[in-house]
Design a protein around this ligand. Structure first.
Ligand SMILES: [Zn+2]
Ligand SMILES: [Zn+2]
Ligand SMILES: [Zn+2]
Ligand SMILES: [Zn+2]
Ligand SMILES: [Zn+2]
Ligand SMILES: [Zn+2]
Ligand SMILES: [Zn+2]
Length: 293
């Protein structure tokens, strides 16, 4: 059994009315007592919200009584007031619930009623609050999760899908993945440390541009070269440059291929200014590894 929300309010659940219930309080679609009613703005007929929603979702655009197009308004107080006077038996009465509730309190009670049935997600059978947990932990159609390898399979399939061999293999595979992850992290850390070591410690004298000096050549290493390897080798030996080389350096604006490091550099030289090779002298580090293509 589901809740009143799903099946509507059957008139025999009403406890404080003898005889038939006024037609005005009944839904003209499901014939039950109106549940969360709304009304057609034109003919004022009331329907359960769920009933009219279902009607409209079946590609109907008119009111079930023909008003075109259907336009909705809230429930009239002439319907609401008598509804609120109804005393209604809990929908789980047949499961043992003895509660009789005012119309307005029905929904809240039913969501918490201890006689409410709970569905097993595996076999879809319904059980009381007390039985459901035990059932789920034994139901063959439910998922079984291995505490060791975390494999999930239907309890019914455990003997094939989760043999001891599979379990141990899976644990081993997970262990290996974890170690690979750890190794990867250590590599990352090492890489960061190496990058730090490109710079001399602060006890070294600062280079004139204020940048961080290279640990090997003591020139500014806040800049690095981004061009190709051939060009980089050519720049590295700029002390041997001829007029032709200088023409290439300026003509191709090769100095624009230097980029500033973004990890906290302190060099205050404006872009390109630091590398203008004069007679083979640059202020930036020309060490072999100062290129990031
Ligand atoms: Zn209805
Ligand atoms: Zn209508
Ligand atoms: Zn109840
Ligand atoms: Zn089950
Ligand atoms: Zn396992
Ligand atoms: Zn610098
Ligand atoms: Zn250097």
């Amino acid at each position: 059994m589901t809740s009143t929300n799903d099946v509507g309010l059957e008139s025999d659940r009403v406890q404080n009315q003898s005889g038939t219930i006024s037609e005005d309080l009944c839904c003209s679609i499901c014939q039950n007592i109106l549940w969360k009613p709304v009304a057609c703005r034109t003919c004022e007929t009331h329907f359960c919200s769920a009933c009219i929603q279902k009607w409209l979702s079946n590609a109907n655009s008119t009111c079930p009584l023909g008003c075109n197009p259907y336009s909705e308004r809230t429930c009239s107080k002439f319907v609401n007031t008598p509804l609120s006077r109804l005393q209604v038996a809990c929908i789980y009465e047949s499961n043992g619930c003895r509660e009789i509730l005012p119309y307005e309190a029905v929904e809240k009670h039913e969501t918490q009623c201890e006689y409410r049935l709970h569905q097993c997600p595996g076999c879809r059978s319904s059980f009381s609050k007390n039985e459901i947990e035990t059932h789920i932990s034994h139901c063959e159609l439910n998922d079984f999760t291995c505490a060791d390898c975390k494999i999930v399979c239907k309890r019914r399939d455990v003997s094939q899908s989760h043999t001891e061999m599979i379990c141990v293999r899976e644990q081993f595979r997970q262990y290996r993945c974890q170690s690979e992850e750890t190794i990867k992290q250590l590599r990352e850390e090492l890489k960061k440390l190496r990058e730090k070591q490109q710079f001399a410690t602060p006890s070294y004298e600062r280079v004139p541009c204020g940048g961080r000096p290279c640990i090997k050549c003591s020139k500014c290493r806040d800049w690095y070269f981004t061009g190709n390897a051939e060009t980089w080798q050519w720049i590295r030996y700029c002390e041997n440059w001829t007029k032709e080389d200088y023409n290439r350096w300026h003509g191709d604006r090769v100095y624009d291929r230097f980029k500033r490091r973004t990890d906290g550099g302190t060099c205050h030289t404006a872009a390109t200014a630091g590398f203008t090779a004069n007679h083979g002298v640059t202020t930036v580090c020309l060490c072999e590894n100062n290129i990031i293509a």
